[in-house]
Design a protein around this ligand. Structure first.
Ligand code: ZN
Ligand code: ZN
Length: 270
């Protein structure tokens, strides 16, 4: 098996380091492929995404590296694009420039509220999750988690991502406080999203970042969900969601786990 990673940030968004540093480190690890997936530009002030004015420079730099290293490693130009209803729900201005993209939900809207009133479910701060849950959903965790998965399903159906990013990440800051992943209503939402993934033909990532950042004790999606996904024949790719060159091979036992549960073919080229 040739290791690879298609979920890679850098200095262009909220990561650290030059693209070339990632390529050189990937080569030293014996990678066959590396895909760059900066956070796509979003139309509001923020500190995490690629700036719209840097999009062309980013694309050009990946294309140049692709040429330069073409005999040594397969490089791919991608983005991790946030699906936000009414704000960023049409990716057609971005996709034609790319080799692939990851579709992810980090900011959740409430259909009954203003579109820019958003619940941020990611990041390092649990209090931000708790504050957003109150502000956007008046503390109604069922409504909030339902909205997270409906938004994910709409993204899958409407934008057809190549890879679905960390599709249960809403559990990270929950940390067992508001609901259990064993609750039947939660399992039903997960199963419904897996139906959407299956119908779209997308690849689902197994994201290891929660484990090596010590923010969560399982992959996104979890081991239990992965066992179910195997029965539904969902193709999978292992993603480290690197924000530093040194994160590139933090696979955290994902390949071994997938083999244990019977996944014979893990995607290693896109
Ligand atoms: Zn993400
Ligand atoms: Zn990411």
């Amino acid at each position: 098996m040739n290791p690879c990673n298609f979920h890679t940030h850098s200095k262009y968004c909220d990561g650290r380091g030059e693209l070339r540093e990632y390529v050189e480190y990937a080569l030293s690890l014996g990678f066959s492929a590396l895909g760059f997936s900066s956070h796509a530009p979003v139309p509001f002030e923020n500190r995490f995404a690629l700036k719209q004015e840097d999009f062309g420079t980013y694309c050009n730099e990946v294309r140049q590296l692709q040429q330069e290293y073409k005999d040594r490693i397969t490089l791919r130009l991608g983005l991790e694009i946030d699906y936000i209803p009414h704000i960023l729900d049409d990716f057609s201005h971005l996709v034609p420039h790319l080799d692939y993209f990851i579709g992810s939900v980090h900011l959740v809207g409430n259909p009954n509220e203003a579109p820019d009133n958003l619940w941020f479910i990611d990041g390092s701060k649990r209090e931000v999750y708790d504050e957003g849950l109150q502000r956007v959903f008046k503390g109604d965790i069922h409504k909030a988690v339902n909205a997270f998965f409906s938004q994910t399903n709409a993204m899958i159906d409407n934008t057809k991502p190549t890879i679905i990013g960390h599709f249960n990440k809403v559990v990270m800051h929950n940390a067992g406080r508001y609901f259990s992943e064993d609750d039947q209503w939660f399992k039903n939402l997960v199963a419904e999203t897996i139906d959407h993934i299956a119908a779209s033909g997308a690849i689902c990532e197994i994201n290891t970042r929660g484990i090596y950042k010590k923010r969560h004790d399982d992959f996104y999606p979890s081991r239990e969900i992965l066992k179910y996904m195997k029965t539904q024949h969902i193709p999978v790719v292992v993603s480290t969601d690197a924000h530093d060159p040194e994160n590139l091979d933090t696979f955290c036992g994902a390949y071994e786990f997938l083999e244990d549960i019977g996944y014979k073919d893990v995607v290693t080229s896109i």
